[in-house]
Write a protein that binds this ligand. Sequence first.
Ligand SMILES: Nc1nc(=O)c2ncn([C@@H]3O[C@@H]4COP(=O)(O)O[C@H]5[C@@H](O)[C@H](n6cnc7c(N)ncnc76)O[C@@H]5COP(=O)(O)O[C@@H]3[C@@H]4O)c2[nH]1
Lengths: 179, 179
Amino acid sequence: NVAHGLAWSFYLGYLKLVLPNLKKAISSFNKENSNLLWCEETCKLHILIPLSCKIHSNLSEVDSNIQFLKDLPLLYIDRAGVKGRVYKNSIYKIFDEDQRPHYCIVEYATPLLTLYEMSGTTSAGFSSEDRLQQAKLFYTTLKDILESSLDCRNCYRLVVYDDGATSEDEAQNTHFLSQ
Amino acid sequence: NVAHGLAWSFYLGYLKLVLPNLKKAISSFNKENSNLLWCEETCKLHILIPLSCKIHSNLSEVDSNIQFLKDLPLLYIDRAGVKGRVYKNSIYKIFDEDQRPHYCIVEYATPLLTLYEMSGTTSAGFSSEDRLQQAKLFYTTLKDILESSLDCRNCYRLVVYDDGATSEDEAQNTHFLSQ
Ligand SMILES: Nc1nc(=O)c2ncn([C@@H]3O[C@@H]4COP(=O)(O)O[C@H]5[C@@H](O)[C@H](n6cnc7c(N)ncnc76)O[C@@H]5COP(=O)(O)O[C@@H]3[C@@H]4O)c2[nH]1
């Protein structure tokens, strides 16, 4: 079960480090950017989980209504021999149907990229049929881990969607603008 | 097999991105630091794999002969929605028995930290007896992946050691100074 290990690694090696620091990063961002991230929903890390595991490197490519705005303040942590390893989160500006802008801290769950790339490499021993099942297992494992983590409460939102059918743009749009 | 997925993720999501860029990063570092990393052996990423999975955040804590020197130039990649994600590698200065300094780009294999932390969390379903077996599986899988990767040839050195018995310092010292 590749997805089980990847979900734990995503939590232990990333979310457990950045989520407890998110509120502080947002409040120092707001001081310098006239309180742009004022609403409760905006102050969470939105983690995109497309069950197809098709992950774009740049969100603004996916949908013209999504534009990169700025980074949150960077987090530096000495980790496994790398001094001052950098953790960075991007803020995006998203336009709704009436062209009103909303702000959102959002990124894909990177381990899905590993699942996608593994299914494309024969020696990894992992087929594209496995991919959907592993993506679902990744989501349910991550959800359980986060629900029992006190450190990360109210700091995240998992946005899972089945983009096999509808176009990526539709999936993105409906999820974001429903905020 | 958790270790199988973690080894593939370490290659696809990290080594495959940073190793092909290493030679370029070293040559630009050498221009500004009077060719400090001149020797062939030094121009590789040394990846520490202690079979105990005991990973220190800061290598200078492990052994007083090892001192952090500087970072290599940073690598920025748009990845999974994070714009300009930062990848950083640290250079250390290591003194041998005769107090002569050697330079080395070295870090621990981050996934071993995940293995260690998972074995300490009951809900991860992973015991500390599994840990040694998974650490060995991680090493052999990673070794096979890297040996068949053209992108990463001659850019790395896996330094595996059984630090269960000897003190960490001895293991560190003997490996480094044998360069
Ligand atoms: N030494 C080191 N320096 C790095 O910059 C680095 N980046 C990744 N890795 C290791 O390679 C593997 C693949 O990385 P991926 O990004 O797919 O998964 C990552 C990713 O999903 C998430 N994550 C970690 N750091 C970040 C980050 N800075 N931004 C976004 N996501 C991150 O959490 C997972 C586990 O991270 P680590 O536990 O640090 O170990 C990773 C992993 O073993 C690194 N290792």
